[in-house]
Design a protein around this ligand. Structure first.
Ligand code: ATP
Length: 306
């Protein structure tokens, strides 16, 4: 029964999304396998005048009643600020972003965007206000141009090119024989993880949402690709409220606020400098990562010397 109910629910979800004209590929694939029944409240209004301030008030959440995943999460992100969430695997980082997007409803507390509870506004307006760059982008079997333009179907060719350039994927595209008309996806050119992520960033730049969720890739990218992606992300997060789910600490150094999550609770919060000075979990994670980076660097130098 389980095996059949999940796909059927998922198809139901797809059908509703498409019918409502808001098929959002990012939403769909982050949601794969998730049978949540989230619907608009009767009389739900569109999210109003989105500046992009986010507030979590004592948010609690469980997927299964026996196991609470978030155990009272509170934080404030002023409009335009960048907040990074770090912490061990399984701490609940991605769950926070799923709740903001309202893939699920909280089991306690509330989530506000510009003072409006996400449960009181239409899902369509919520999903228009939030852009998500997921860990793994799934591309449509269509051209690169189509995949980028998906962020805003009425974008001009000029705008698609400008977005590609901001996402630092334009030079790569120009090396392809068909350029922007190159077919990608399962039946076309297979792009690397970093290339796909930059296509997703270009798409999000076109969508220009006031709120951005960046779920960093866990897979190790090479240093060069990582720098390019970081530069692209810096572009897209400028002047918008950004929530970064960080797997590598090197990308959170400049965040306005870092939350350290452990087993569903915020155990530390502050800027990079604050957190290093307090010599807690963050500081030890930072030391460990730096040691790992240095070891990798030595290995690379040794290989190069051979
Ligand atoms: P990572 O750094 O490994 O991505 P995370 O901090 O983002 O981890 P979450 O993905 O938020 O962690 O998951 C938190 C917990 O919730 C995990 O223990 C996970 O097993 C559980 N969980 C996640 N998704 C579901 C789901 N759909 N159903 C049941 N449990 C889930």
């Amino acid at each position: 029964l389980m095996q059949i109910s999940i796909p059927l629910n998922f198809i139901g979800f797809l059908y509703r999304e498409i019918r409502q004209g808001l098929a959002d590929i990012e939403a769909m694939f982050t949601l794969l396998g998730v049978p949540a029944e989230i619907t608009d409240r009767p009389g739900a209004q569109p999210l109003k005048a989105v500046e992009g301030a986010i507030r979590f008030e004592d948010v609690r959440f469980h997927y299964d009643a026996e196991r609470e995943i978030l155990k009272g999460i509170s934080f404030d992100v002023p409009a335009g600020h960048t907040i990074a969430i770090v912490g061990p695997s399984g701490a609940g980082k991605s769950t926070i972003s799923r709740l903001l997007f309202r893939f699920y409803d909280v089991s306690g507390g509330r989530i506000l965007i510009d003072g409006q509870d996400v449960r009181d506004v239409t899902q369509e307006s919520l999903r228009h206000a939030i852009g998500m760059v997921p860990q793994d982008t799934v591309l449509f079997n269509d051209t690169i141009a189509y995949n980028i333009r998906y962020g805003r179907p009425d974008a001009t060719e000029e705008e698609v090119r400008a977005a590609a350039s901001m996402a630092q994927i334009d030079r790569f595209i120009e090396t392809l024989p068909q350029g922007f008309a190159t077919e990608v996806g399962e039946r076309g050119l297979k792009l690397s993880g970093g290339e796909k992520q930059r296509v997703a960033i270009a798409r999000t730049i076109l969508k220009a949402p006031p709120i951005l969720i960046l779920d960093e890739a866990t897979s190790a990218l090479d240093t060069h690709t990582e720098r390019e992606i970081q530069a692209a992300l810096d572009q897209v997060s400028r002047n918008r409220t950004t929530l970064v789910i960080a797997h590598r600490l090197s990308t959170v150094v400049n965040a306005d606020l870092i939350l350290v999550l452990e087993a569903g609770r915020i155990v530390e919060r502050g800027t990079h400098g604050d957190l290093l000075a307090s010599k807690g979990l963050y500081a030890s994670m930072w030391d460990r990562q730096r040691e790992a980076d240095e070891a990798e660097e030595r290995l690379r130098a040794a290989k190069a010397a051979d």
